[in-house]
Design a protein around this ligand. Structure first.
Ligand code: PXG
Length: 289
């Protein structure tokens, strides 16, 4: 495997970072998870825009133009013969001292890995996920704003640990006000009486690109889509609930905190949206070749 690091493509074994990199020492950096389908990079410009917004929010200067970054993603895919794959784009603060001061770090490090991912087994796409609400709340927006896709993912990791300890593969996270925020690595949607709803990013959700795409697809298909604050109650009484994410794509939730959602089976509208999403994924995007 070839990895992009230090401005060039190198062999996997030579793709190393310093132990003084603040990405490692402090989780100081930003990242994106991107999909490639059918030899095209899906939503590439949107991912790059979000990456640069995240970097701006943490006062991190990315030493490459957006155009050069997009080209580097495509080149890394090409070098690894990616047809369908998962790309991890990471920008760390770079090598610094053992002190916190990010201004002492020389230069941000840009890393691009193009590989594969399968988040959940097929069985869970067929039968749906069971999730639980966890005690770990989403980061307070004035501590680390959840809209920043930072390398500091302990908040999400702690939530994931609680989910797994409870026998679930994903969880529901609330914000500091007790409102529904999102899952540990996915956005959450409800459907009731044909109306599709998801919490606004101000409730502690990452502005997921899959979320945005699903809202766009749903509106184009004639559904009413709302971004509204939600309580767990709204999910418990929904007809359908599903999660969205680049890695997870669209997956039904059939049980939350031991309340079956709807009839306890993956819903019809969710399946319709998943089919429309799959069609976009395979036909849109930036060509790799
Ligand atoms: N919320 C959070 C907190 C995320 O990390 C999403 C929502 C979905 O966003 P996109 O833009 O991908 O639709 C994410 C992204 C994992 C994993 O292993 C998940 C993400 C990133 C890295 C790893 O579950 N999700």
């Amino acid at each position: 495997m070839k990895v992009f690091i230090g401005g060039k493509l190198v062999d996997e074994k030579d793709a190393v970072v310093s132990v003084f990199d603040h990405g490692l020492l402090y989780g100081d950096g930003v990242f994106e998870g991107i999909r490639a389908y059918n030899s095209r990079v899906f939503l590439l410009d949107e991912h790059i825009d979000r990456l640069y917004d995240s970097a701006r929010a943490i006062a991190l200067h990315i030493p490459m133009s957006k155009k050069a970054m997009a080209q580097a993603v495509v080149d890394t895919c090409k070098a690894n013969n990616i047809v369908d794959g998962y790309i991890r784009l990471v920008v760390t603060r770079g090598k610094g001292t053992l002190g916190l001061n990010p201004y002492l770090c020389e230069k941000a490090e840009v890393i691009i890995i193009a590989a594969k991912i399968q988040l959940y087994p097929q069985e869970l796409y067929d039968n749906g996920l069971k999730i639980v609400t966890v005690g770990t709340i989403r980061n307070h927006p004035e501590a680390i704003n959840p809209r920043i896709k930072s390398l500091n993912y302990l908040n999400n990791v702690l939530a994931k640990i609680e989910a797994i300890n409870a026998g679930c593969m994903e969880c529901l996270m609330l914000n500091h006000k007790g409102e529904v925020a999102e899952a540990s690595g996915d956005n959450v949607f409800s459907i009731r009486n044909g109306i599709i709803a998801t919490p606004p990013s101000s409730c502690g959700a990452l502005e997921g690109l899959t979320r945005n795409k699903v809202m766009q697809i749903a509106r184009a298909a004639g559904f009413q889509v709302r971004e509204v604050p939600m309580a767990r109650y709204d999910l418990y009484v929904a007809d359908e609930v599903f999660l969205t994410g680049t890695a997870a794509e669209i997956i039904s939730v059939v049980d939350i905190d031991k309340r079956p959602i709807g009839d306890g089976r993956p819903g019809k509208i969710t399946a319709q949206l998943a089919a429309l999403y799959a069609e976009c994924a395979r036909s849109e995007g930036t060509p790799i070749k």
